[in-house]
Write a protein that binds this ligand. Sequence first.
Ligand code: FES
Ligand SMILES: [Fe+2]
Length: 362
Amino acid sequence: MSSLIETRVFNNADKIIEGWYWALRCSDLERGRARPLSFLGREMVVYRGEDGRVVAMDAYCPHMGAHLAEGKVEGNSIRCLFHYWKYDSNGKCIAIPCQDSSSFVPQIRTWPVEEKYGLIWIWAGATPRHPIPYPPELEGRECDHRLANRFTKSCHPNVVMVNAIDAQHFNSVHSLPVELNLEAEEINENCILFSNTTSIPRASAFTRFLGRFYKDALTYTLSYWFASTGTVTAGPDFLHVYLIFALRPTEDGRTEGQTILVTRKRRGLFGKIVSLIVLMLSRLVAAYFAKGDTLIFETIRFDLRTPIKADRAIIRFIQHAERQKTVSWGLSDEDDSEPAESTAESKKSFAATLKLPVSERG
Ligand code: FES
Ligand SMILES: [Fe+2]
């Protein structure tokens, strides 16, 4: 039987969806430090300059290909270890020790970077079009956070994300005594929201007790960003906990994930203690999500050949993922990472430097 849903972007390791992806922990990059980073299959160097800002750029020096993470951070620039060419935070070559670098300007591609929730995030694409993922209820609010576990899964992030909207499996794998019904709503082209509409059944004394803490439906809301990072909002009306599962694909389509616990900022000593307790509770909720599915993600070959009504939310998500913009990511000639004019320009000037016609430069 062939698949009912043919996909081009969803669960495709060769397509990189434009968006923010977590890169590394802020605390792993001190001022003046450079690190190599394999990011969505692309080799990069990330460094923190003297001004505290993080720079992410392609790894290989345009001179002879040395990895820039071997180099030295100088001020807000990085110097290649091999022949000491120096690049500023925009990737522009600003010094070539043995000649005047102004005669031609080698350029390295840099990537937009932000820091949030104790993580460094890199935008795969030219210019960020949306903020770093956040739980919708916390929009515009100051937050406290903790980083929880880092994990890997043997399948694509898109497939891992399906799990949290897979209503059926909450009953089978996680023994949840509630039938979830997740309504989808697209917030923008990169963000889709799923909200549960069902109430806790009054079947047992336990569920009747639980039901007292929910005025309407059982709160279980997900926001999915760039089809790769998801936030979860859950808990009784008086206390919502927020988790973020930041996922990124590896070159071969596996997942590298980082769990983030978030709560709104509370003032004063008492507020800080409350936040600490809420974050501890959030950790337990995150552990609940992580338990039970581990083996499935080691062996699954995702293929929704027989969707049923209960898989509605999953189908909405796959359709949403299919509409995501992808970025050219390889290092081939069509790669949008090299602005065509500036490359031609630098080839011309470089040829001039060597007194060669451009064609001989190849
Ligand atoms: S390879 Fe970097 S300066 Fe030569
Ligand atoms: Fe699960």
